[in-house]
Design a protein around this ligand. Structure first.
Ligand code: SF4
Ligand code: SF4
Length: 135
């Protein structure tokens, strides 16, 4: 059985992004560089919020990390829990959660109802202390 998106919307309700990704985008823009769609999305579509605010929208977030930013995406409809820009969403959204790396429990550790859990080998989840999520 392979995983697939069940449309729960949890990964869009709070978008967790490495701070360095946003910093790199701001620097590139200030230098007049043409930005790829993923960077445009990070800079223009995501509004940074505090960890406390993020917890309201997503109570299962793992502990706060200064290396990460917590964001609302302007394309997410919090009522329908759907992307309003689905056909034009950036690659970073299309390839979530595995990208080119293959299944990794830590990538979805704060998304207990994510439909991609079946991709994660039980041994890997157990080694990450997450076995209860796939039992
Ligand atoms: S663009 Fe759409 S899929 Fe990507 S984070 Fe925003 S709402 Fe989610
Ligand atoms: S958390 Fe998983 S199942 Fe839910 S919308 Fe995101 S990818 Fe789909």
């Amino acid at each position: 059985m392979t995983g697939s998106c069940n449309g729960c919307g949890a990964c869009c309700a709070v978008v967790v992004l490495k701070r360095e990704h946003k910093v790199a985008g701001r620097i590139a823009r200030s230098e007049g560089q043409e930005l790829p769609a993923d960077y445009l999305w990070a800079l223009d579509d995501l509004q940074e919020i505090t960890y406390a605010e993020a917890l309201v929208a997503h109570p299962y977030l793992v502990p706060a990390d200064d290396a990460l930013t917590y964001n609302r995406c302007r394309h997410f409809d919090y009522v329908s829990r759907r992307c309003t820009n689905y056909d034009r969403r950036p690659d970073v959204c299309r390839a979530f959660p595995w990208y080119d790396d293959g299944p990794n429990a830590t990538r979805i550790e704060d998304l207990p109802w994510c439909g991609f859990w079946p991709d994660v080998p039980v041994w890997r989840a157990a080694s990450d202390g997450l076995a209860e999520l796939v039992a």
